[in-house]
Structure formats: structure tokens, C-alpha cells
Write a protein that binds this ligand. Structure first.
Ligand code: IMP
Length: 428
């Protein structure tokens, strides 16, 4: 069976967790391929409401759950999340962590905070989870990987060398106290004892599953517009959130990837700094924030809210090659009289449909809006597309047209059943 990927199409927080939780009921394996515990998925199911950061959102279903090599793993957080789901009766024996995954170390979290503070007004607004420093170390070949937790001697030697470098920066550049080798080593040895049974070579496990025609879902973290290459760089995260990164992040050939679903919120949100061309700093923005409870699942920060940006969304669709779009949170717009969709950017006296690479240009882009009537009807109980109010169907149809991608699912609330399927999703 081919693999399918579920990708955030905006700036993260599109509701991928809720979609993966749903689709995970139909698949044999769910694999995370990028990011780390900067991600925050809220999953609401019959067991309760869970805010997960590292654990694949598929953990509540029957599927095997894998944290792929492309993820940076904070072992402390993972152990906490294992305990959390186990306390609700969820078996975690089916959780496997790639032995090649890099680990988040205490100095990554410390340096993330120190670097952000030193950026002052130019701060990225990171989640403070050490993600950037951990991926920087991976590229600089200074990373410590899950497999290292299983080799006491190697872990100590490696940590000794890396920590000496990190402490030189922590003390010399930032004037902070150095971290103790003994403390960090002993802590990570304990993590290794706890996580050891979960750590394995995973690319073969995934490949073999695909070869025996199991259904494998690749779960994205963050969103396309936070991708370091194609997002709003430098206001991005540090690992690729794109469909093309999914195969690398789990160690399979791209030839397996056949279905790619982009998850778009029915409006736009962003948490942290950086351009959000359609941002609403007015009553409507506040109404969306309150109705949608748009506060970060990881940091609790209020999310910035704006109209649906079809320019950014189309860019996202083209870069990822989405085979289908999933629109979430349509119900949040239920009370609005009129809605706007951004169909172009006014820039340097002209109008463009392209999403600029230059952050300076993006900051100067003025959205060109198309106004559509609202539906002013509660959609939360609707389960069939044809039962949606005409104005809501027109809104969806216009998005579909602007991003040139069929909308396959629409969510109208946070519980599992509040979904409208327009066609069979997964192996259609
Ligand atoms: P970092 O990934 O913690 O380095 O943060 C870099 C940027 O990505 C910041 O603007 C964060 O707010 C944003 N970010 C990281 N992870 C997520 C996420 O899962 N949802 C939304 N924004 C995120």
C-alpha cells in the first residue's frame, strides 16, 4: 500500500492532530517525521481531551505509532506523555522511537531561551523547547541520538565532548552557569532505561509494513509556512514540515507516497512573530480567537488570527502537491455576516498571486480581498455537504477553486463525529 501524508498547510495549529486521530482508526501505522515537542495537538476522543506534543496523535487507535528519525525527541516529555496516555488505559507497547532520532538536551532548551532573549525585538517567538538548537546540532554533527542512550560508555564520551563546547558558549557568551556533566549524564541514563524498550531501527519496520500492504500514515508537525525553506524564513521552525520531507524523516523511498492531504484552517492563525498578511487586529480577529479558543497548545500564547489567505494556501498546495484538502474549524466562522478571502497581494504598485521569499516584501504586502456572504447558521450538527448552508458551500467552493485542490473533508467541531466527508479519504 502507498503511504499517505497529512501536512499542515498554514502556520501550524490547523487541527492535524484531530484529523490524524480520526484517520488513525483506519490505518495500521502512524509515523511522525519532523519537529519535536514544539508541536501541540489537541485530541478529543471518548477517553478525554489530550494535549500531546511528541506522541503521534494515532496513539489512541489500534495503529503502531512511530517517532521517526526526522523528529527531535525530548525524552523527559516523551516519558511524561507515555505516563499520561497510559493513565487513561492506552497501551504504549506499540510506540516505537527511531534509534536515529536526535535528542533534545538540557543545553538546547537553555540556549533556545538565551538566544531568543538576545534577539530582543527580533525574537522569533520560539516555543522555547530547544528545537532550533537541537536541529542546529544535528546539522553540525554534534547531536546525541536515541541509540546513544543504549550505550553508556559512548554516551558519556560524546556528552563530555559536546557539553564542553556548549558550556563554553553558555558561560562565555551568555555569562550563565555551566551544566554539570554528571547531572546530565545520570538523567539521560535514566531516560535510556525507561525508553530503551521503545528504541529501535524504524525505517525497516515502516518499509516492511508498506511492502505487506499495510496502511501507513505520515503525520506532519507544524505547517508549510513554518518550513525553513518555503515558509516565512527566518520566522520559521527548524525542520521541514513539507510532504517531501516526510519520506526522509521516516526513512522510506518517495515512491511510496501517493496521497498527500493538506490541512487548512477555514481562516488563518499564527503563533509567534513573523508576517501574517491577513492578520485581523480588530473585533473580528478577537471574535475568531475567542470562538475558536485560539491559544497555543504548547505555550498558551494567544494566536494571531486572520482571514483565509488563498495566496499563501496556493503556495502551500503547489509546494506539497496536495492530492486533497481538509478544511478544519468551519464552524468558528458560523456567526459572521460577511467573510473575506485574500486573493492577491498588493505589492510595489501591482498585485501578485505569488508568495514572496523576501520577508521585507511579505511584510509590505497588502491583501486584496474578495468578500463573500456569511451563513450565520450553526453548522456543528451538519454531517452532509449538501446540508451545509449555500453560503458555506460557496465559501468552500471558492477556496477549492483558488487553491486548485479538491476539498475532501470539512470539520465543524472538535469531536470525532463532527466531520463532513465529501469523498473517501485514504486510498480512494
Ligand atoms: P520553534 O519551532 O520552537 O523553534 O519555533 C519557531 C516558530 O515556529 C515560532 O513562531 C513558533 O511559534 C512556531 N511553531 C513551532 N511549532 C509550532 C506548532 O506546532 N504550531 C504553531 N506554531 C509553531
Amino acid at each position: 500500500m502507498p503511504a499517505i501524508a497529512v501536512i499542515g498547510a498554514h502556520w501550524g495549529d490547523e487541527g492535524k492532530g484531530r484529523i490524524v486521530d480520526l484517520l488513525a482508526q483506519k490505518v495500521n501505522m502512524v509515523v511522525r517525521y519532523s519537529g519535536g515537542d514544539n508541536a501541540g495537538h489537541t485530541v478529543i476522543n471518548p477517553l478525554g481531551e489530550f494535549k500531546l506534543h511528541l506522541m503521534p496523535a494515532g496513539i489512541f487507535g489500534p495503529a503502531t505509532c512511530i517517532i521517526g528519525n526526522g523528529v527531535v525527541v525530548n525524552p523527559e516529555r516523551l516519558i511524561e506523555e507515555i505516563a499520561l496516555v497510559e493513565s487513561h488505559g492506552v497501551a504504549t507497547g506499540k510506540l516505537i522511537v527511531s534509534d536515529r532520532a536526535n535528542l533534545i538536551m538540557p543545553y538546547h532548551q537553555l540556549l533556545d531561551r538565551l538566544e531568543e532573549t538576545s534577539r530582543g525585538a527580533k525574537a522569533i517567538g520560539t516555543t522555547g523547547r530547544g528545537i532550533g538548537p537541537a536541529f542546529a546540532d544535528k546539522a553540525a554533527r554534534l547531536g546525541i541520538r536515541a541509540t546513544d542512550l543504549l550505550d553508556r560508555k559512548y554516551l558519556r564520551e560524546r556528552l563530555e565532548a559536546v557539553l564542553a563546547e556548549k558550556n563554553a558558549i553558555i558561560t562565555g557568551v551568555y555569562g550563565e552557569k555551566p551544566l554539570s556533566l554528571e547531572t546530565v549524564f545520570n538523567q539521560y541514563i535514566k531516560y535510556g532505561e525507561r525508553l530503551g524498550p521503545h528504541i529501535r531501527e524504524t525505517s525497516r519496520i515502516i518499509r516492511e509494513a508498506l511492502e505487506r500492504r499495510d496502511k501507513v500514515l505520515l503525520e506532519g508537525a507544524q505547517g508549510t509556512l513554518l518550513d525553513p525553506d518555503f515558509g516565512t524564513y527566518p520566522y520559521t521552525t527548524s525542520s521541514s514540515s513539507l510532504a517531501s520531507a516526510a519520506c526522509l524523516g521516516v526513512g522510506i523511498s518517495p515512491s511510496y507516497l501517493k496521497e498527500i492531504y493538506g490541512v487548512f484552517k477555514a481562516y488563518c492563525t499564527r503563533v509567534g512573530a513573523g508576517p501574517l498578511p491577513t492578520e485581523l487586529n480588530d473585533e473580528t480577529g478577537e471574535l475568531i480567537r475567542q470562538r475558536g479558543q485560539e491559544y497555543g497548545a504548547t505555550t498558551g500564547r494567544p494566536r494571531r488570527c486572520g482571514w483565509f489567505d488563498a495566496v499563501a494556501s496556493r503556495h502551500s498546495r503547489l509546494i506539497n502537491g496536495f492530492t486533497g484538502a481538509i478544511i478544519t474549524r468551519l464552524d468558528i466562522l458560523d456567526s459572521l455576516k460577511t467573510l473575506n478571502i485574500c486573493v492577491g497581494y498588493r505589492l510595489n504598485g501591482g498585485v501578485t498571486q505569488d508568495f514572496p521569499a523576501s520577508i521585507a516584501q511579505l511584510e509590505n504586502c497588502q491583501p486584496v480581498y474578495e468578500e463573500l456572504p456569511g451563513w450565520e447558521t450553526d453548522t456543528g450538527s451538519i454531517r452532509q455537504y449538501r446540508r451545509l448552508p449555500l453560503a458555506a458551500r460557496r465559501y468552500i467552493a471558492r477556496i477549492e477553486e483558488l487553491i486548485s485542490c479538491p476539498v475532501t473533508m470539512i470539520s465543524v467541531g472538535s469531536s470525532r463525529e463532527q466531520i463532513i466527508y465529501r469523498k473517501q479519504v485514504i486510498y480512494n
